[in-house]
Design a binder for this molecule. Structure first.
Ligand code: ASP
Length: 584
């Protein structure tokens, strides 16, 4: 071995030991005759010491030729430090060097390997292997490992088995856009990379593997955001002979186990909230429950007083920003600008200040008396010193806009502490979603999700009203995962494809393999998939998943380190029977 110890493990108890360490040069300080080197590896940092005249000349000469990020092997004796560094785990000791060897030289890195690096995003991505040497990244990647391992332990204990499903599968028009792979042996034909192992895990249930899991890569060719990558990892699971509550219990167990094992946090029982309630109270199917500020509907008290904007609105709805009555003109203008941003799209914002002295001041004083505003305040259970923020318009749109405002106020009032975790289940999602553009229904979750049994008959009469046996796991306003109880009956699955606008031939061509399998004793089953990258980021209290993936893509879907995607040789194209026409 090129080392006897790592750079993170030596302590006072090791004083007088003869040791050998290997690692990267973090820093060199040369103060006249005394030279110190901070040596770094995955485990930490250890200080090396040598002294002109006292240490071997070879050691001093070699040290003077070192630069940042050189890989060295250092041999010496552990001694107690004269000035200790309580901030460093190894800060009580240092190594008095007897030999020093360069294992490999290094160019000067293009950015500093420090917690707060001076490297920009693009540069860090290009030299990702250097970025990964930095502590924050190392911690993220280790956290990912920890969560992955604990997930496996929990699921194994619950009798789940890990089964791999293929990556080269078949393209289907449902869901997001597929990444496709041309087949050389079947010219003109393409595989698709899986958006999820959905149909395979269902087939495993038919096969009798009644508890399946996999930490699996999934691929979706969508536009990217901070919390989205073209390839990402899911904790994918399926169970047979279960009802919705069984799946929720099992994965609530996983969530609580992970928080306990990895963060030492006890999570209370997860509340269940219906989709309808979430939309009504928070304007979102992924409410952030770290703070209240629930929506209060004001139609009753705000309409019929001559204020046209409200009178004509389907919904008048607001939130109570506690303690914000002192907001200045400028702050209120900023909030108005915020809701009027094109991404949010509100026409304006009405505010009511419930002043500390009990008086009211609002942007609609012309239309409402103090008495009127007092009835509003009562609806909100507001207290003197609060600020009421009210939006109006078409119900669904207005709720979505108010959701954005609520989250913004949550940010402004520091109510979204990344160290606090509030998970919940959102249940009873609608089965279908009407798409204006294509004038047809889409599956809200996916086409294999079963309707609530009591709603099944409505599939033929009023499909838009059918609720699904579908559920999402939401933590701190982030959708961490979702799943459903599946259809396991051929006729119902066929019916579902009809409702989605498939002809029987199309359904048979694309999903015949699954519907056929349903004729060979398919058990009732259901499952869930959790976004693993998001889960890890959430555990670290961060929004972006990128720094929790060792080698991610940038926002243009490129890997700038290996420079991919890239063109391929004409011979490769010929072999695949592909012709490119890039003239457009
Ligand atoms: N396959 C689904 C998804 O990726 C999850 C599930 O229903 O289990 O969203």
């Amino acid at each position: 071995m090129l080392r006897t110890h790592t750079c993170g493990e030596l302590r006072t108890a090791d004083v007088n030991k003869e040791v050998k360490l290997s690692g990267w040069v973090q820093r060199i300080r040369d103060k006249g005759g005394l030279i110190w080197i901070d040596l770094r590896d995955r485990y930490g940092m250890t200080q090396l010491l040598m002294e002109e005249g006292r240490s071997a000349q070879q050691v001093v000469d070699t040290a003077r030729k070192l630069g940042r990020e050189f890989v060295i092997q250092a041999s010496g004796n552990v001694i107690e430090r004269e000035s200790k560094n309580p901030k460093m785990a190894t800060g009580e000791i240092e190594i008095d060097l007897t030999a020093l060897k360069v294992l490999n030289a290094s160019k000067t890195p293009p950015f500093t390997i420090e917690d707060d690096t001076d490297g920009g995003d693009e540069l860090r991505m290009k030299y990702r292997y250097l970025d990964l040497r930095r502590n924050p990244l190392r911690e993220n990647i280790s956290l990912r490992h920890r969560l992955s391992l604990e997930t496996r332990k929990y699921l194994d204990n619950q009798g789940f088995i890990d089964i791999e499903t293929p990556f080269l599968i078949k393209s289907t028009p449902e869901g997001a856009r597929d990444f496709v792979v041309p087949s050389r042996m079947n010219e003109g034909q393409f595989y698709a990379l899986p958006q999820s192992p959905q149909t395979f895990k269902q087939l495993l249930m038919v096969a009798g593997y009644d508890r399946y899991f996999q930490l699996v890569k999934c691929f979706r060719d969508e536009d990217l955001r901070a919390d989205r990558q073209p390839e990402f990892t899911q904790i994918d699971c399926e169970m047979a002979f279960v009802e919705q509550q069984d799946v929720l219990d099992t994965f609530e167990g996983l969530v609580r186990y992970l928080f306990k094992e990895v963060k030492g946090i006890d999570i209370e029982n997860l509340p269940h909230m219906t989709y309808a309630e979430a939309m009504q109270k928070y304007g979102s199917d992924k409410p952030d429950l770290r703070f209240g500020m629930e929506f209060v509907e004001l139609n009753e008290v705000a309409q019929g007083k001559g204020f046209n904007v409200f009178d004509e609105a389907e919904l008048v709805v607001g939130i109570d920003a506690a303690g914000c009555a002192e907001y200045s003109r400028k702050q209120l203008d900023k909030l108005t600008d915020f809701v009027k941003k094109p991404q949010i799209g509100a026409k304006g914002l009405v505010y009511v200040k419930y002043n500390a002295d009990g008086t009211f001041k609002s942007s609609v004083d012309k239309f409402y008396s103090e008495e009127d505003l007092k009835t509003w305040a009562e609806k909100f259970n507001a207290r003197p010193g609060d600020l009421l923020l009210v939006l109006s318009g078409e119900a669904e749109k207005t709720r979505k806009q108010l959701n954005e405002l609520r989250l913004e106020m949550g940010n402004q009032l520091n109510l979204r502490d990344p160290k606090v975790f509030k998970p919940l289940w959102v249940v009873d999602f609608p089965l279908l979603e009407w798409d204006e553009e294509s004038k047809r229904f889409h599956a809200m979750h996916h086409p294999f999700t079963s309707p609530k049994p009591e709603h099944e008959a409505m599939l033929s009469t009023d499909p838009g009203k059918v609720n699904a046996n579908a559920y999402d796991l939401v933590i701190n306003g982030v959708e961490i995962g979702g799943g459903s109880i599946r259809i396991h009956n051929r006729e119902l699955q066929k019916k579902m494809f009809q409702v989605l606008g498939f002809t029987d031939e199309e359904a048979q061509a694309q999903f015949g393999f699954l519907m056929n399998a349903f004729e060979f004793g398919a058990p009732p089953h259901g499952g869930i998939a959790l976004g693993f990258d998001r889960l890890v980021a959430l555990f670290a209290g961060q929004d972006s998943i990128r720094d929790f993936i060792a080698f991610p893509k940038n926002n243009a879907g490129r890997d700038v380190m290996i420079d991919s995607p890239s063109v391929i040789a004409k011979e490769q194209l010929d072999e695949l029977g592909l012709k490119l026409d890039l003239k457009k």
